[in-house]
Design a protein around this ligand. Structure first.
Ligand SMILES: Cc1cc2nc3c(=O)[nH]c(=O)nc-3n(C[C@H](O)[C@H](O)[C@H](O)COP(=O)(O)OP(=O)(O)OC[C@H]3O[C@@H](n4cnc5c(N)ncnc54)[C@H](O)[C@@H]3O)c2cc1C
Length: 292
């Protein structure tokens, strides 16, 4: 079945090449599918061999452990990378870059989704994480999502038709998101561009964008900002080898060069313990930790 894959199949591929943190050990079997059939072949192979499957989109929200991943890793960035526009709707494959979609929509005077500019993501990863900002999330735009079940059949969810919001949708276990329909609205290109420029300016001022990171490490506990809690317990700027709780934005951990996953995990553990001990608040990770 692996032989039927037309895309790439690599063995012992270092995942540090595929994560924004530049960290992560080897994946036993690393597949860059070319199309949905390739994803099917990989899923069926994994099922037959009883191997776990991990999906990587752009790798912007992932901490992969130093020992890497046993089983099959599907890398979807660069696959299913087409977007089409029909009226005020975009139909995008899971591998389409969010920023490319925002740019393409803007050039057609279609907006709304520019509220998500500056979030490094594939559409699949953005959907899986319901990525967003205080102004809204990608779920606000979803009219349908499409996914592949582990047995290779296609699933579909139209949140509004089922009386749900996208936020209430949960992807069936082992399924891979392959695309979505997103509702946009007419907005003049100039206005969208102005908005994008302003949003990117704020991101640049507040986030450590020049250094490798995986975005916000912790979810905001109800009524609190994780950043403020970390500052209150004195951990802003704390370093361990090449890892640092960012001095610019304490809810980011950056890799200043040579940091290991173990370094990041130690800083996370320290943060969690100290915030709990001093403030009696339990932080929950926003980043996904995967691997052995
Ligand atoms: C500098 C920086 C700034 C960021 N700012 C923000 C922000 O403002 N708001 C925000 O929400 N996030 C932010 N993030 C985090 C990150 O950009 C988002 O979580 C984004 O959605 C990750 O997309 P990805 O394609 O890289 O997914 P990945 O990191 O590759 O994967 C994330 C999760 O989604 C799953 N997944 C990915 N693709 C699929 C698929 N096709 N089917 C099923 N599961 C899938 C993966 O298995 C994993 O569990 C930031 C990250 C960085 C580095």
């Amino acid at each position: 079945m692996l032989g039927e894959i037309r895309g790439e199949v690599r063995f012992k591929e270092m995942l540090s090449f595929h994560t924004s943190l530049r960290i992560g050990g080897p994946a036993d079997i690393f597949v860059v599918p070319q199309d949905i059939d390739d994803i099917r072949h990989a899923l069926l192979f994994a099922e037959r061999e009883q191997l776990p499957v991990a999906v990587v989109g752009g790798g912007n929200n992932l901490l992969v452990t130093d020992r890497g991943i046993r089983g099959v890793v599907l890398k979807l960035e660069g696959c299913l990378g087409r977007a089409e526009f029909h009226g005020e709707e975009a139909v995008a494959g899971a591998g389409v870059g969010l920023s490319a979609l925002i740019r393409e929509a803007a050039s057609l005077n279609l907006g709304g989704i520019e509220a998500l500019v500056g979030i490094p993501a594939t559409i699949g990863g953005a959907l899986a994480m319901n990525a967003g900002t205080a102004d809204g999330t990608i779920g606000d735009f979803v009219s349908a999502v499409y996914f592949l079940h582990p047995d290779g059949t296609i699933g579909e969810c139209k949140p509004a038709a089922s009386g749900l919001s996208f936020q209430e949708f949960s992807l069936p276990a082992g399924a891979v998101l392959v695309g979505a329909r997103l509702r946009l609205h007419r907005r003049p290109y100039g206005e969208i561009q102005k908005d994008i420029k302003q949003r990117l300016k704020v991101k640049k001022q507040t986030q450590p964008l020049a250094l490798a990171s995986a975005g916000a490490v912790w979810k905001h506990p109800p009524g609190e900002l994780a950043t403020k809690l970390i500052e209150r317990v004195g951990l802003r700027g704390k370093r361990l080898n090449g890892a640092e709780i960012s001095a610019k934005h304490a809810n980011f951990i950056v890799n200043r060069g040579g940091a290991s996953a173990a370094d990041i995990l130690s800083l996370m553990e320290l943060t969690r313990e100290r915030v709990h001990a001093q403030l009696n608040i339990t932080l929950e990770p926003e980043i996904r930790v995967i691997g052995e």
